[in-house]
Design a protein around this ligand. Structure first.
Ligand code: GLN
Length: 460
């Protein structure tokens, strides 16, 4: 049924780069057969899940949205994917993204532009836009995305689905194609908070293949979720919610603010105490992020040299010498936004500029982190919009990289601090006669996804 739905809307949405039809049907049949033999069904038995194409899948083409990986067939599964498979999930396909996860609209994909299912003239957000659109268009039951500076939460907000960025290190990054390694997180895009908790249950936990993956104990993330019929007025009594002042001022679309205010009122009805909290360093996060993420990217992307992975420029061009082969491969294989970022990152790391840019940005990162942590001592969760605007029109911002970067203001600091955050749909705003979804962002304490999801679930 999901494959049928996938195909019937794919011509309008363009969310998939690879549809895994044969294998998906075989996997589903194998799950059925195992159950028929009396074997215990895994917690995700038969659930069709789409995977962002920056996450490696054994024997299944993985491009990261880049021409340079056009023909790359990973010989292994990412740990998150291996755990989904072991739980019985069916991999229905690989979803579109901004090349190497660099972008906020999925327009930077080297392959296609994914459209927002709510209005196909608009972007689905990014960089996990294919995953968010696929969930919203019911082409899969859930999807994996990755979030370096908002790439799960912002597309969830644009497409009206739930998007969870877990704490840094909660889910192994092994097999996630690296962008900014100190910021990158894998996480689920789903229809409900409960589904997100179920996927997190399966994927979370230590992994000897990723030294940055945390050994923190993994609770059952569904255990604290209140049954829906137990959700009543005042059931969040005593919960302290801090609304981040710096995210509600000028520049936030009135329709986004109205939906977020509605969410605040709803939380108050549920008994939560809501207060504004000011984080004076909040605005410094954006420039610091773009120095750090691009610096890390410039180093991470040096591996695409035409030797170890994917495409190599034609032998003619490569014949002269090794340096030309590298240059031709990277020149032809990487897109304009990726090149821009490699240049900026290399610049920030170069001798003489390192102290002024990279080191300074690291210092700012510490300030942002400390301020968020202090606020989370005072409040159980922090709350803010996910992005200043709802989904915008295709082509509206992709000629102005700075305008696109600014849209990440509300999500980026959470990655700098490594905290968990979840975006949950909170209403709609009308633009040019179209109803567009809005998602509110809840931010929790480090490794406290269980209580974060509890609050989001009650709210939802
Ligand atoms: N839009 C941000 C960027 O382009 C975040 C992307 C992401 O989280 N992968 O860097």
């Amino acid at each position: 049924a999901y494959l049928q739905q996938l195909k019937s809307v794919e011509g309008q949405v363009h969310s998939f780069l690879t549809v895994n039809e044969e294998h998906a049907l075989a996997q589903a049949a194998a799950v059925d057969a195992a159950i028929a033999r009396g074997e215990a069904a895994g917690p995700l038995a038969g659930v069709p899940i789409a995977i962002k194409d920056s996450i490696c899948t054994a024997g299944l083409r993985t491009t990261a949205g880049s021409r340079v990986l056009d023909s790359y067939l990973p010989p292994f599964d990412a740990t998150a994917v291996a755990r989904l498979k072991a739980a019985g999930a069916v991999l229905i396909g690989k979803t579109n993204l901004d090349e190497f996860c660099m972008g906020s609209s999925t327009e930077n994909s080297a392959y296609q532009v994914t459209r927002n299912p709510w209005d196909t003239a608009r972007v689905p957000g990014g960089s996990s836009g294919g995953s968010a659109a696929a969930v919203a268009a019911r082409q899969c039951a859930a999807a994996l995305g990755s979030d370096t500076g908002g790439s799960i939460r912002q597309p969830a907000h644009f497409c009206g689905v739930v998007g969870l960025k877990p704490s840094y290190g909660r889910i192994s990054r092994f097999g996630l194609i690296a962008y900014g390694s100190s910021l990158d997180c894998i996480g689920p895009l789903t229809h409900s908070v409960e589904d997100a908790a179920r996927l997190l249950n399966v994927m979370a936990g230590p992994d000897s293949s990723d030294a940055t993956c945390s050994k923190e104990a993994v609770p059952d993330f569904t255990a604290q979720l209140q049954p829906v019929d137990a959700v009543a007025d005042k059931c969040l009594a005593g919960l302290r919610v801090g609304l981040i002042s710096q995210t509600i001022g000028e520049g936030v679309a009135p329709g986004v603010m109205a939906a977020v205010n509605g969410a605040l009122q709803h939380l108050q009805q549920l008994g939560a105490e809501v207060e504004e909290v000011s984080l004076p360093t909040f605005d410094l996060g954006l420039p610091a992020y773009y120095v750090l993420a691009l610096s890390e990217a410039s180093s991470n992307l040096s591996r695409y040299d035409g030797v170890r992975y994917g495409q190599r420029a034609s032998d003619d061009a490569a014949a002269r010498d090794l340096r030309h082969m590298y240059a031709n491969t990277r020149g032809a294989g990487l897109g304009p936004e990726v090149k821009r970022r490699i240049l900026m990152g290399s610049y920030a790391l170069s001798a003489g500029y390192y102290d002024a840019y990279y080191k300074r940005a690291q210092q700012v990162r510490t300030l942002v982190q400390q301020e968020l942590q202090a606020a989370l001592q005072q409040y159980d969760v922090l709350l803010c919009p996910t992005a200043p605007t709802p989904a915008y029109k295709i082509g509206e911002k992709n000629c102005d990289p700075l305008a696109m970067y600014k849209g990440d203001l509300m999500t980026i600091n959470i990655n700098l601090a490594g905290l968990p955050a979840v975006t949950v749909p909170c209403g709609f705003t009308e633009e040019a006669g179209v109803q567009l979804p809005v998602g509110v962002q809840f931010v929790g304490r480090m490794f406290e996804e269980a209580s974060l999801l509890r609050v989001a679930h009650v709210y939802e």
